[in-house]
Design a protein. Structure first.
Length: 320
């Protein structure tokens, strides 16, 4: 093969690759936005389409208007409660608002990226602002709520300016970043969470934090429905969540709970769906629409304390 032929082949190959990348980029921009755990263009596209409504208090919820004749049901938690990865109407709090609308006002205080201390502050600020005690509080917990005792920033390197630029302008690079770049960071973060739970001092301090928040809720004579979510990424992490934090949270619950309180382990609901069906997308391990629907049905039975509530898989009624 002559040098001219080799050069022409190289030019044609590069040209074909560039065209193929452009086509993939265009396709990613044309299809419905995919929930993504990263920021940048691909993550922002989903947020712009779905992250609404935002009320006056800054939460992804309707404006708070309380009816004095209705009971008050408050949801507090992190991005699982805020409903990252699904549309607003598909969150479990929205489903319960529709189901319980005749007798309950429903308020969602879920906030992305919050750990226990901030969730407590969100709840306290709400009570101070609206001066009404909830009849029931759905206190949602996830495995990274111990973040107050972890330094996750050590797992995430500061992207170069060029990398940040690519994340902003290219959906394809964002996809590449999730699949290849973020993989090691996510593994590092999970390792740090596991280390925190297995550290007696940090674990004890965190459990005290959770119990203090629960007792604060109880001090207003509100029932607690404690909802513990496992890691949803795969069956291995889901099963590991039990020994890592869910079992100990249930034992802690048994120490402080009172009549009318429930503990709900969402693991069985999650396991009833295959991984691809229980997470928001292959780029985002938040609960899917299908899992939100299952959770809303179970929580609804616990809030109403229906006759078959004790048969809800994963539910434990306080014996006190």
């Amino acid at each position: 093969m002559s040098w001219t032929s080799i050069k022409n082949l190289a030019i044609y190959s590069i040209y074909s690759l560039v065209v193929a990348l452009i086509i993939v980029e265009v396709i990613l921009r044309l299809i419905p936005p995919i929930p993504s755990s990263i920021g940048g263009g691909i993550g922002r596209a989903w947020n712009e389409k779905n992250w609404h409504p935002i009320n006056e208090q800054g939460f992804r919820d309707l404006e708070v208007v309380l009816n004095p004749t209705k009971e008050l049901l408050v949801f507090v938690g992190d991005s699982f409660t805020a409903g990252y990865g699904v549309s607003f109407e598909n969150t479990y709090s929205s489903a319960l608002r529709e189901k319980l609308s005749k007798g309950y006002d429903v308020v969602n205080l879920g906030a992305n990226g919050t750990a226990t201390s901030q969730q407590r502050m969100n709840y306290v600020n709400f009570i101070r602002s609206f001066q009404k005690a909830p009849s029931d509080v759905v206190y949602q917990y996830f495995g990274n709520d111990i973040d107050d005792f972890v330094n996750p920033s050590e797992c995430y390197s500061d992207n170069s300016n060029f990398s940040k630029f690519l994340l902003e302008v290219s959906f394809l690079y964002g996809l590449f970043d999730v699949i290849f770049v973020q993989k090691d960071s996510s593994s590092c973060y999970h390792d740090k969470l596991k280390a925190a739970y297995r550290d007696d001092v940090r674990s004890k301090d965190h459990k005290s934090q959770v119990e203090e928040f629960a007792r604060l809720i109880q001090s207003l004579n509100s029932n607690i429905i404690f909802v513990a979510f496992p890691f949803l990424n795969n069956e291995t992490l889901l099963a590991e969540s039990q020994s890592l934090y869910i079992e100990s949270l249930k034992r802690l619950f048994q120490n402080y709970c009172k009549k009318g309180d429930w503990f709900y382990d969402a693991s069985n609901a999650a396991l009833s769906l295959k991984t691809s069906d229980r997470v928001a997308s292959f780029m985002d391990a938040h609960p899917s629409k299908a899992l939100h629907e299952l959770i809303s049905k179970d929580i609804g039975k616990l809030v109403l304390n229906v006759s078959d509530a004790d048969r809800v898989s994963g539910a434990y009624r306080c014996k006190s």
